[in-house]
Design a protein around this ligand. Sequence first.
Ligand code: ATP
Ligand code: MG
Length: 637
Amino acid sequence: MSYADFYRRSIEAPEAFWAEQAKLIDWQTPPQQILDDSRAPFVRWFAGGTTNLCHNAVDRHLVERADQPALIAVSTETGTEKVYSFRDLHAEVRRVAASLAALGVGQGDRVLIYMPMIAEAAFAMLACARLGAVHCVVFGGFASGSLASRIEDAEPTVVVSADAGSRGGKVIAYKPLLDEAIRLSKHKPAAVLLFDRGLAPMDLADGRDHLAAALMEKHRDTEVPCVWLDATDISYTIYTSGTTGRPKGVQRDVGGYAVALAASMKHIFDGNAGETYFSTSDIGWVVGHSYIVYGPLIAGMATIMYEGLPTQGLDRQPNGGIWWQLVEKYKVTVMFSAPTAVRVLKKQDPALLKKYDLSSLRALFLAGEPLDEPTARWISDGLGVPIIDNYWQTESGWPILTVANGVERTPSRFGSPGIPMYGYKVKILHESTGEELTGANEKGVVVIEGPTPPGFMQTVWKDDERFVNTYWKSVPNKLVYSTFDWGIRDEDGYYYILGRTDDVINVAGHRLGTREIEESISGHAKVAEVAVVGVADALKGQVAMAFVVPRDGAVLGDSQAALALEGEVMKQVADQLGALARPSRVHFVGILPKTRSGKLLRRAIQAVCEGRDPGDLTTIEDPTALQQIRQSLASQT
Ligand code: ATP
Ligand code: MG
């Protein structure tokens, strides 16, 4: 079938289409009603059906592949590597489930998971799924304040954590951060389950804190059956990364999510049972939920969980080829990473891409932020496999725009994440009139018309009103889901994401997208990376200010060279986009402030430029980046 027909069917006959996809998973009771959108924009998929995510990810594979690898835990931080078969995984998940049950966790209860990238984190997630408890994974990089607000919002019965994480050889003790977060939070969990890796000492609170090893040993052989849940029950909540605004608990269902992931593994990622999947993300992000834990396992694939930097080997010596070494060793067929990780690798010797046998690898998927053409070309040339950009959000749970090579081979286009995936009615609307823009290359807000497909968020946790008001009411006169991203569609139907709608600046009454200015600047041969923000200006309302990481670090210490490059950059923008878009200043820095998931912290940069408090910075990759912004402002004004 051509992809065009496949897509059309998903839109014109969604019930028949998704009824067929639903066969990709096991049901205890088959769905009675495929689609119920009588209370739009809320959608209920597969109502009446009962199933379980843990059963689909683990138990059902015991029949055919009990001894095949299921989870491969690699840590270049501790220099450890362990392969769990589906049988092993089943046993571990059962033990954690029994331990949680012993601490009082039952169906519908929340369990907050604050863990490093170790196998036990996946066991805990799957154990929750097994019990019908709602997991809420909080990224291990968050500090007490952010963790506390999430504990308060999720109201967990139990928190699962570990003694410590490790990053670049530096041990980060989690327990004191967790203790402080629980102290700050109005809600107190009844119990804390702790995995001790032997990295940092832990003070245990009497009656509250329990060591997982002891409880799991006690429940070594306790049977814990999967609880059959309604398809529309809640599987988990996850907070959006918070590069914009107050965090929201994105809530997801059970049946729709399982079907969406199973379908995406087949049609988009083209991964097969018995093969190995390697996603370099973190379980704290949605990619980690969908494509480290649930997606690959539902498909019967082994999944690699990787703790560590992309530049260190298992012997804990510098090794910029570690990921490719793992691809060779575990015969990885599908890999998933982010543009920011590729940019890190770009600084390594390109020969490392040729050093290992990568013949098993069929494609590298990249998501999370715009994939610029030079980065895409560099990695594509180096690996010699298709690089597949995919655009989605925490809210969607699986790709919105990409290509579905599992349905029909479709060429990718540099700079474009691709075309709408089946089930997604993607439209481009005029931001203020709400009118649909159907012409080629007309710029507007990327929206999704309901009913949203399986896997998409059900609502905002505990706040239906916020869900409707935030996402569905932003375009006048229309009930459509806004992605809050700008985009265009070319004459062949490929979409291009031009940045976030709140990244617009207003210069003397003219609205300019900071992404477009960044695009123009990053095209300059001497520019490695750039961030553009709007800064308040008494005269013009706002002006664009650029922060550039020069390719040649010498520019940083050479005011003459900096001035010359600033002039060149300004001229380039003026030539390409017009004088209005020309940044008022171009500052040079060594690094840009980003979140640990690689997203530019534009809001924080903007705040610093305007002399305001940059806000919650607990996800920042390197705090010295903001200092550099401050210094560059001080020295170049
Ligand atoms: P928050 O919603 O809290 O501000 P966030 O939007 O950064 O956080 P995510 O859901 O992880 O959290 O990111 C989704 C956003 O990332 C998209 O809306 C888009 O702006 C950007 N994005 C993701 N993938 C791509 C891609 N392939 N190309 C361009 N942009 C992308
Ligand atoms: Mg977002």
